[in-house]
Design a protein around this ligand. Structure first.
Ligand code: PEP
Ligand code: MG
Length: 599
């Protein structure tokens, strides 16, 4: 039995989960050596046999197709691959490894392919050295089936699973069977990647950027993910287990105590109202926003509708989803952001043609403008839903005024079409844009002439202003909304909004982090849109502060010139005023304090 190991990642979704490892590998990465319990050996042998069989069938199809399209010679390559897969000298040692060393099918496959490839490479004859590629090609094919089979086996999990993976895409996370995956940890990833955001939507604790967890985590190992600190503990000892059980109980108790805020107003001590709204990825979360005491949806990431089904939803499917969200919000506003696809949110059909710099590529509003038929279908669904309640429409990633105008032209066309068809919609629908590209923040006064509202998306604003990829764990230390440049841009946009009478809100992840609440109120913001589960925490914070204190704090922050000093100051202030909400740190602190007083 291996010893306890601790890994430090980035906390992305709060809470603590104690469960067992479920490995979700990537067919394209090197698989580390992992062992399995003895009673899973037969299962593992069966998995390998199944993957080989599936590969043989697939090769049959490819061979037939190649023969038809390209002739016998081209088809021979597939026949050669089939021959290898039937060759006992390749497969036998794989099975033997699983039986003798109790390693996973993936590892056995890769290691044996490595042996054979090295043998071919060492023969010094070009005829053989080209076979090296064939071996790796084969490895990839069988690995793909192993990984695919592993994914579908998530459906019949019979234990409390914590998914451990090199990386996860938002659509992978979106395909987790509900209620079966209790948390996840990935070696890669950044704090505001959409996979991380989706974990918050699912309400499951998660840590990303753990570095080399995948190298050590073995199937069914006991594991703890502390989504408050980003810590991941493999094979915890009894004392650690007890510590985390206690921490979990404490977090649940704090959450329960916050339930009382549901019916209370988000109002400061001196009576100023702050509007708290919810960010949602799935329509069904609308109810949660209301349950948590939210005043509507400030950001509906509509693209998840597409990502969860891997195909473009029809106009009627979209309409049904938006209408349901509007109805669930019972008269509260619902802000539908048009598809923000691309970057880390590729649709299935685009995932095979990745761009060189996807965050700077054909994403979001650019992708919609380049696909006007699809965009209009989307706008029609939104406008049809606007007949059922107060919908606001928001365009993402707007960088240039022409872009905004083109998007509005499409909207106008759609409204005209609907009017002609006699279909009901709200002709006075509010139209807004995200301010998430520095160009939009700098030119806010030009954009203000064309929109009813701005929503500041700090997630992208940080990435583009600081030139730090939001999904890259290697630079996550530099990714921070507390950088003075970000604060300057936020202040500028708020000022423009005030002068031009354009509503301004913040919907990036910083809005949901209690250390920023006083600062955002202090610079004049009165609407925040956050992950629904954060609403009660923020309400509590807002009800414990007054406007002059927030403004004083904002002035002090304005005099600081580095991200480190701003973060230290904000954290310090938050620890003094509402320690229980600062990154869960205080939960540990309180726990040890109460343990001390109990002694
Ligand atoms: C943002 O960029 O801050 C934002 C809210 O949008 P998303 O996280 O979906 O990119
Ligand atoms: Mg964004």
């Amino acid at each position: 039995m291996s010893l306890m190991q601790e890994f430090h990642g980035i906390p992305v979704s709060a809470g603590v989960v104690i469960g067992r490892v479920f490995r979700l590998d990537d067919a394209h990465v090197w698989v580390p050596r992992r062992t399995i319990p003895e009673d899973r050996v037969t299962h593992e042998l069966e998995r390998l046999r199944g993957a080989i069989e599936a590969s043989l069938t697939e090769l049959d199809g490819l061979r037939g197709q190649a023969e038809k399209d390209l002739g016998k010679e081209a088809a021979a390559i597939f026949a050669f691959h089939q021959g290898m897969l039937r060759d006992k000298t390749l497969i036998g040692p794989m099975n033997k490894r699983i039986e003798d060393e109790h390693v996973t099918a993936e590892y056995a496959l890769q290691e044996q392919c490595n042996v054979v490839a090295s043998m071919f490479a060492g023969m010094g004859d070009t005829a053989f050295s080209t076979k090296v590629d064939d071996v790796w090609d084969l490895n990839q094919r069988v690995m793909g089936h192993l990984v695919g089979e592993q994914r579908s086996s998530l459906d019949d999990l019979d234990y409390e699973a914590v998914v451990v993976a090199p990386d996860l895409t938002p659509s992978q996370a979106a395909s987790f069977p509900p209620g079966r995956v209790l948390g996840f940890a990935t070696d890669k990833g950044g704090p505001t990647s959409h996979t991380a955001i989706f974990a918050r939507a699912l309400g499951i604790p998660a840590a990303v950027g753990t570095g080399n967890l995948c190298e050590f985590a073995e199937e069914c190992d006991e594991i703890i993910v502390d989504g408050e600190r980003g810590a991941v503990i493999l094979r915890p000892d009894a004392e650690t287990l007890e510590h985390y059980r206690e921490k979990k109980r404490h977090i649940e108790a704090v959450r329960e105590a916050l339930a009382e805020t549901q019916t209370l107003e988000a109002r400061t001590l001196d009576g100023e109202r702050v509007q708290l709204m919810g960010n949602v990825e799935l329509g069904m979360e609308a109810e949660q926003v209301v349950d948590q005491g939210g005043e509507g949806i400030g950001l509906f990431r509509t693209e998840f509708l597409w990502l969860t089904r891997n195909a473009e939803p029809t106009e009627d499917e979209q309409f049904a989803e938006f209408k349901a969200a509007v109805e669930a919000c019972k008269g509260r506003p619902v802000t539908l952001r048009t598809y923000d696809l691309g970057a880390d949110k590729y649709t299935q059909s685009r995932s095979h043609v990745p761009e060189r710099n996807p965050f700077l590529g054909l994403r979001s509003i650019r992708y919609c403008l380049a696909n006007p038929v699809m965009f209009k279908r989307h706008l029609r669904a939104i406008m049809r839903a606007s007949a059922f309640g107060p919908i606001r429409i928001m365009f993402p990633l707007v960088t240039a005024t022409e872009e905004l105008r083109r998007a509005k032209m499409h909207l106008k066309d759609v409204m005209e079409d609907l009017a002609e068809e006699g279909v009901a919609y709200d002709p006075n629908v509010k139209v807004g844009m995200m301010v998430e590209v520095p160009a939009a923040a700098v030119m806010a006064s030009s954009f203000a002439r064309e929109v009813d509202f701005f929503s500041i998306g700090t997630n992208d604003l940080v990435q583009y202003t600081l030139a730090v990829d939001r999904t890259n764990e290697k630079v996550s230390g530099m990714y921070s909304a507390a950088h003075p440049a970000i604060l300057k841009l936020i202040k500028d946009v708020v000022r423009v909004g005030r002068h031009r009478k354009v509503d301004v809100s913040v919907c990036g992840e910083a809005a949901g982090d209690p250390i920023f609440t006083m600062l955002l109120i202090g610079v004049g913001l009165r609407t925040l849109s956050v992950s629904p589960r954060r609403i009660p925490y923020l309400k509590k914070v807002i009800r414990s502060v007054d406007i002059p204190a927030c403004e004083r704090l904002a002035r002090t922050v304005g005099s600081l010139d580095s991200e480190a000093s701003v973060t230290a100051f904000l954290r310090d202030q938050a620890m003094k005023r509402f320690p229980e909400f600062v990154d869960g740190r205080a939960v540990d602190m309180e726990r040890s304090e109460s343990a001390k007083s109990a002694d």
